[in-house]
Design a binder for this molecule. Sequence first.
Ligand code: IPM
Ligand code: MN
Length: 372
Amino acid sequence: MAKYKIAVLPGDGVGKEVVEAAKIVLDALKLDAEYIYGDIGWEFWKHEGNALPERTIQLLKETDCCLFGAITSMPKEEAVAELDKELQDKGLIYFSPIVKMRQMFDLYVNLRPCKAYPGNPLNYREDIDIVVFRENTEDLYSGVEFHPVPDEVRQALDKHSPAMKKFAGAASSDMAISLRIITRKSAQRITRAAFEYAKKTGRKSVTLVEKPNVIRETSGLMLREARKIAKEYPGIAFWEANIDAMCMWLVKNPQDYSVLCTSNMFGDIVSDLAGQLVGGLGFAASANTGDKYGVFEPVHGSAPKYTGMYKVNPIATIFTSKLMLDWLGETEKATRIEQAVIKVLQEGKVRTYDLGGKATTLEVAEAIAEKL
Ligand code: IPM
Ligand code: MN
């Protein structure tokens, strides 16, 4: 029996291509793993009314971790219009499979490294080395939303919040509510994860990125819990920044920051910004991890316009495989991936279009595999 059982969910569009590329690298590393492919994505939404079928959830439950490519998604009405005829009037609602997986498996850490690798012509500066810790299960992603707003909800809000007065003239059908929910437990565990990582990797600072001056309760809770936890790590500087100012500083002085810790929505935004400073979507890798399971995915989407062209940069997914190996404890193999990517970048011969080259997705993967 292989040491690891890994679920592989290529998904839609270029997701299939980048996963194929990452697999070339994993095979070259001779990781002792059994790979089990599963169904996810738009095809299954269209024909089964479920982008994340029950059999796939079962597969995740039976494996150690998952390598995930990308999926196509669309807003509510467009999604329903794409369903097979017989599924159209069933009241099915499209949900994002990745958000569902994060919540279902309690993958509360979304780790997104943004590092300027030598030889990457897209680096904004050479000395950027940021890691985003994004809380991955709550906040505006909790899924507690109303439109129209039910009377009971409206009445309870009117009763408990004086701030509701300004909405008195709005009909409930002309109002939408998406709740930002943050629990103490989540605030604590994401902060602890960020500090533990900083400690383990010898990083000097953790910056809590929120907006407590305006969003007093949820951002306030994050900040208060983070301050308490920071005290347990005297060797690591604890900084506090507002999300808006952070975006500005990341453009101005990205080299000053190391670990950023934040809630779900801010983390989504700030990790795109930080990712773009070091090459953008072609490089952005991410790990969704909890105490028991991990789903590893590149940050980019399924890029329908490039589908079938084997054009996109597989490095994001290859770095994602590296994160998976780190999580599995295969540190030596993880480091070999990183070193091999650096060699290929520095040689500058085999590059995809985003780096000004003409190589295909799989040619880049093969070049990296050769350097292992
Ligand atoms: C990401 C993506 C997802 C998110 C989408 C696809 C639901 O943007 O992983 O950053 O918002 O988390
Ligand atoms: Mn995003």
